[in-house]
Write a protein that binds this ligand. Structure first.
Ligand SMILES: C[N+](C)(C)CCCC[C@H](N)C(=O)O
Ligand SMILES: O=C(O)CCC(=O)C(=O)O
Ligand SMILES: [Fe+2]
Length: 418
């Protein structure tokens, strides 16, 4: 039996105080009868214990109990022949791993798990690395630390705007800006010269500009030059943009270059805060909004502009392993005919949508700001909804969309979790 060849060694984290445990081979099925215990030498020290099962290794390290599949373990060997540390790429051909592979020997010392495979290859795994990278470890973490807000929470936090020069010329300024942006989903840069060119320089400092049917850097006024209500003086209810793209734009940049008139304030609402309220009040609504796929559509035939875009996806998008929200698609103007939902679900979906809308419309969730020349707003279009009050007079905005991956890339390079 393979399990008889194992080194039956169980050690406390401090190594030498470890004890041997006789683990009885039992043929197929869970092999282990004796529960693994940990024997730390110091009472409060984290400890490590392991147990072998038919297809996985159960490893307890500190407070994390990990179930590590043998194929997964072989696939994640970081030895020089399996992994190129220079490029951080796997060299091992995963398809060459026997899907019934089992380790021949297991050993754990205070920092490392050692596995010997049937061909003699030895893999070492740092215990800290396993705790961070195992499913169980990942489940306990959030991908994106955030502060969900309503108007009061945001205002009380007194999140500062970042000065343009510090944003452009110092890593500290850029990092502070990105930290605010990641936490709240909105961030401001001030003292920016009110031109499209200067706004573009700002955008390029953190990302690559995402060119769309609206162009790269866009200007817009209420001239109805495009077939969309944004190009009028009408009020716009809270929404996210480009819901009709298969991948909605990640970030939207707004710079109001001119407004001679009244009204035109910008409305901002934290979509994740509202969704979280729905989750607590009625989890079945949350689940429907996260499961039911819908289409959004953009049909334009104005002047020389002819476009037809369709995007498919649920209103709420969550990571399945921890239920963490990562994208809200909410635009009642651009929502297409619902033809992807069977009749016995559609009414429940409308109830769920109503519950979310009611949350999004609670006055205490509304943050109203008047954009002024010189103050540039960055909005996480995967999280924060924007809208605007109707206005009079001449109002000109410029801005652009940014590719999300590149904003997060910049944040990670500055040491932020993104
Ligand atoms: C920002 N800019 C004026 C260029 C485009 C506006 C797009 C408007 C569209 N209804 C949507 O929500 O996606
Ligand atoms: O005019 C505004 O302030 C915003 C309009 C809008 O929603 C957009 O351009 O995406
Ligand atoms: Fe918009």
């Amino acid at each position: 039996m393979w399990c008889q060849r194992l080194a039956w060694l169980l050690r406390g984290r401090r190594g030498s105080a470890g004890r041997r445990w006789p683990w009885l081979p039992r043929g197929p099925g869970p092999v282990l009868a004796v529960p693994a215990r940990c024997h730390p030498t110091a009472p409060a020290s984290p400890c490590c214990a392991w147990q072998l099962h038919q297809d996985h290794l159960e490893l307890r390290y500190g407070s994390t109990v990990m179930r590590l599949d043998f194929v997964w373990l072989r696939d994640h060997c970081r030895s020089a022949s399996c992994y190129n540390a220079k490029t951080s790429q796997r060299s091992l051909d995963t398809a060459s791993v026997d899907l019934a592979i089992q380790p021949q020997a297991v050993r754990v010392d205070e920092t490392t798990l050692f596995l010997t495979w049937p061909d003699g290859h030895v893999t070492r795994y740092g215990l800290e690395w396993l705790a961070r990278n195992s499913y169980e470890g990942q489940k306990q973490q959030v991908m994106h630390p955030r502060i969900l807000w309503n108007a009061e929470i945001y205002q009380q936090a007194q999140v500062p705007s970042i000065d343009c020069q510090s944003f452009l010329e110092t890593d500290e300024g850029l990092k502070e800006f990105l930290q605010n942006f990641l936490l709240y989903g909105i961030a401001f840069v001030e003292n920016v010269p009110p031109t499209k060119e200067d706004t573009e320089i700002l955008a390029k400092r953190i990302s690559i500009i995402r060119e769309t049917i609206y162009g790269r850097m866009w200007y817009f006024t209420s001239d109805f030059s495009r077939g969309d209500t944004a190009y009028t003086k009408l009020a716009l209810d809270r929404h996210t943009d480009t819901t009709y793209f298969q991948e909605p734009c990640g970030i939207q940049v707004f710079h109001c270059l001119k407004h001679e008139g009244t009204g035109g304030r910008t409305l901002l609402v934290d979509g994740f805060h509202a969704a979280e309220q729905v989750l607590h009040q009625a989890p079945e609504h949350f689940e429907l909004l996260a499961k039911v796929p819908l289409k959004h559509e953009y049909v334009e035939n104005v002047g020389g502009c002819h476009n037809h875009m369709i995007g498919v996806g649920p209103v709420l998008n969550v990571y399945p392993w921890n239920n963490e929200l990562y994208l809200i698609r909410y635009n009642n103007y651009d929502r297409a005919v619902i033809n992807t939902v069977p009749h016995d679900v559609v009414r429940r979906w409308y109830h769920a949508h109503r519950a979310l809308t009611a949350e999004l419309r609670r006055p205490h969730n509304e943050l109203w700001v008047k954009l002024k020349p010189g103050k540039v707003l960055f909005v996480d279009n995967w999280r924060v909804l924007h809208g605007r009050e109707a206005f009079t007079g001449y109002r000109q905005l410029c801005g652009c969309y940014l590719t999300r991956d590149d904003v997060l890339n910049t944040a990670r390079l500055l040491g932020l979790q993104a």
